[in-house]
Design a protein around this ligand. Sequence first.
Ligand SMILES: [Fe+2]
Length: 440
Amino acid sequence: MLIIPLFFNFGVAVGDVDTSSFVIWSRVDAYGYIIVNYEISEDSLFSKIIKAGEIKTDSSKDWTIKVFIDGLESGKTYYYRFKYKQAYSPIGKVKTLPKQLDRFKIALLSCQHYSENYFWAYKYLLEDSVDAILFLGDFIYEYNTYRNPRRADPTIYADNLNTYRSKYKLAHSDPYLKEALRNIPIYVIWDDHEVVNDYAGKAMKYYNPKRIYDAYKAFFEYIPIKDNDSFRIYRSFKVGDLVEIFLIDGRQYRDEMACRPTFNPKDDCYKVAFSEGRTMLGKEQKNWLINSILNSKSIWKLVGNNVMFMGLFKDKKPLNLDQWDGYYYEKQEILSKIKDVKNLIFGTGDTHVFYFGEVLYNNKRVAYEIITAGVSSPSGLKALSDTILKQNPHIKFMNAEYRGYVLLDFYKDSLNVYFYGTKENGDRILIKKEKILAKH
Ligand SMILES: [Fe+2]
């Protein structure tokens, strides 16, 4: 069959896949109130359609379409597509999570400022046959770059529903991203740039509730995540008994920053940052996270986290109070509860720098933290690398030179970690490999 994706310029995507359900997504280039059909099939020719239906969309959703599909078999490959008038979307492919498995490959991605660079990382995810993408924040940026852009951004600064939507359309127009999301399930959390740089949700809900609402609404329209009334994005997924993934929201419920600017802050900020009672997660989410980790029966526990968890110090002072150091008391409280959990990994974005290090509590390792660089956003920390490594012995590796991604290859006995950089010409380079042995 001839497939020309008329109407479906942004391709298709699937997210939040578990053993029996997933969310399929697309957007229709149309106008007015329209009805779109969807089909789920066991084969790519759509001769074994097991579910089909219609979905309505219009300007209130910016013509995005999202369908929650459930009642599926575990560990099974399905194909899906949409149809509007006589044209079909590209065909998406998705495998539900198996109940038992020996190996699972997760890519950590973050920070894809569209005009800062091409999204090379997605090209290699397809070559690596990655099982799932964990996107750890900054799927869009609210601002345009004028520093050293590699490609044009025709949109304007985002601060309302329509301008946020334009940024998502821009991201979804990248051909490598489209092809990857057509073939690989994605699990997304947000960081700050889905709203505005360094915002703290609890405070901002008072002084600019409309902007935050618009930004979250656009995120839910353009990301394949299950809809809910409260914009809750913290959630977990069990990949057999091999790995359980805990995705957290470090923005929506957080208290105002200890001070601004958050980077290299003034001395009197630390007292505030370290004071009791400050929260990044909010009480409900914090309790959910602690209890979920403690109750997990999986070998590996992976926390999908937006900002650096382990300490980052310069001259014995925290370097960045937007990170967990700015909410030190809560971080210590969490660590005190989960300190005996085995095989705990933090996977993090935000800093545009690759890091591998140890999360310490009372000088004992509680977890490893693996931080991915930006897909396209550049780092400004290169000049500080030597100082950081020297003054933070728990940080074992750091690379602020490359953009790229991290591949986590989970086995029952070990986790192989590949730090992949992408070069200016799109080549990929393996910067570093780490192997972590599982404790049983
Ligand atoms: Fe970022």
